[in-house]
Design a protein around this ligand. Structure first.
Ligand code: DGL
Length: 264
């Protein structure tokens, strides 16, 4: 039986997972939803994040998704248990897979991990809990980077504005000298170049990529899923389409459809 993969995020961040999905599973279909009408999620309460996550998941299941990748650190940190108890399909978040990867790196090094995430993700403590569950001796420093998401959503992934905020947020982490830095929000890999320039030396862990690797273990290599990727957003499809082409390094990403997510 065919497996249709659904991937969702508050906006453009989940494309960092979609890009990894395309690398790992050439020509396999996925359905992407970006909640562009309600981005950012990272400044919202846990209750609101859960409500949005239910609607996003329900929309993708209605579209035929039989496995969901929650390509959003904020939802993964605040709503995974509730999503898993509400829906029957397998749902894979970014927190556990990224924590596992970072813990492996830190356990073989100085035992230190930095987590960069949205305010709601850092407040949840989900990454720290997941890392300590694997190895309680690992020291974790978590830093909220609230301006990173609006920078990415507006296409400012390189240049002075991005560098200004990277320096502001990351300077305190330089002396912590972590072995691994989890890009705990899926928007952040779009800023990898500036982040690496400030954090010279630490290994960056791309949380969306690790979630796709975890999904691939569940799926196996030869699952059936044919057709072109489908993209849906809840507002301004043309802005999403423009930046998606740049971020995915493609001439075209296909039609981006606009839907009313509040009706799900
Ligand atoms: N890309 C998301 C995350 O991984 C959402 C960020 C936001 O909407 O604030 O946390």
């Amino acid at each position: 039986m065919a497996t249709t993969i659904g991937i969702f995020d508050s906006g453009l961040g989940g494309l960092t997972a979609a890009a990894e999905f395309e690398k790992l599973f050439k020509n396999k279909k996925y359905i992407y939803f970006g909640d562009t009408a309600r981005v950012p999620y990272g400044t919202k309460s846990a209750d609101t994040i859960c409500r949005y996550a239910f609607q996003d998941t329900k929309f993708l299941i209605n579209k035929g998704a039989s496995l969901i990748i929650v390509a959003c650190g904020t939802v993964s940190a605040n709503a995974m248990d509730k999503l898993n108890s509400k829906f029957d399909v397998p749902i894979i978040g970014v927190v556990e897979p990224a924590a596992k990867k970072a813990a492996e790196i830190a356990s073989a090094g100085k035992g230190r991990v930095t987590v960069l995430g949205t305010a709601a993700t850092v407040k949840s403590n989900a990454y720290e809990r997941a890392i300590k569950k694997i190895d309680s001796s690992i020291e974790v420093l978590s830093v909220p980077c609230p301006m990173f998401v609006p920078l990415v959503e507006n296409g400012y992934t390189h240049g002075e504005a991005a560098m200004l905020f990277a320096k502001e947020y990351l300077q305190p982490t330089v002396s912590f000298d972590a072995d691994a830095v989890i890009l705990g929000c899926t928007h952040y890999p779009h800023l990898s170049d500036v982040i690496s320039q400030v954090l010279n030396g630490s290994t960056l862990v791309n949380s969306g990529k690790e979630a796709v690797v975890a999904a691939s273990k569940l799926l196996g290599a030869d699952f059936v899923s044919e057709g072109d990727a489908e993209y849906y957003v809840s507002d301004a499809p043309e802005c999403f389409e423009h930046l998606a082409r740049i971020f995915m390094k493609k001439d075209a990403v296909g039609k981006v459809n606009c839907i009313d997510i509040e009706s799900f």
